[in-house]
Design a protein around this ligand. Sequence first.
Ligand code: AMP
Length: 266
Amino acid sequence: MKTNWFSLRMRAVRCGRHLSGAERIDRAAAIPGLTAQLTERALTHAGGMPDQVHCTVEPLAAAEILHAALPGISGWQVADWMAGRLLAGRLLTEAGVSVKAAQHGFKWLAEGPAPDGGPMRGAMLIDAESGQRLEPDRYRGVRVSRMDVLPETRAIIQRALDAGGLGHHRVLEALVLAGKVLSAKGLVAELCWSDAADYLTGYVAAPGFGYQRVTPLKEAGDQHGGRVLFVDARNWDRAEFITFLEQRPVLLHGVPEIQPARLWRA
Ligand code: AMP
């Protein structure tokens, strides 16, 4: 049977700056309803009324879609953001990132990763051994796109997240992004904390241990944050890696295993 899949991407702009964004992959019949949902989300964003909302709908060839499993989720509660970074550093080295590269990642996220100290639209690429920055554009970074959960599994995945106290849409979106990132060839680990001043949970994800949330990973009120993709740059094709993350459609499936959050003391 021929299945007609589409990528739907919403991007809202206010005063020339990115305000909000979201994306989905679904079959043709679902696209009008989803476009309305994402547009409503843009129009009711806490950051204010956008000047422009762009929705892009693009057909996908079914054969082009990669299917991958959602990573398992675990969580850590720590005393403060400094303990959070210590733990995140340990998780990164466990995943194969050198201490030097991890320190560079923390420094750039904490200072604001773009050359002017501002946030980036996408992620930094850092050599997991040397700690060097590898993304071609340090303002934009690498924007991971064209990924979603398999539509028929969305409700059951959301119920599992709700039951685990992880129902906020940010969690599923970050999990989907991490799921795509973890299937990229050459990826060693991902580190993320938001640039939103009031969202203090961050995470480390790696192929060996899934998606590990750390609360808190930043101080309340801090507007610096972003994403780092640590890569094994030996025998690595940067163009292929970026094309995979930006262009290749990926559908994630499976209800993730959720481990209850544990306390961690340094
Ligand atoms: P958020 O978790 O949405 O608060 O995003 C935190 C940071 O992650 C942003 O400031 C961007 O630097 C980065 N980021 C957000 N979305 C993406 C994406 N789709 N691909 C790569 N990096 C992203």
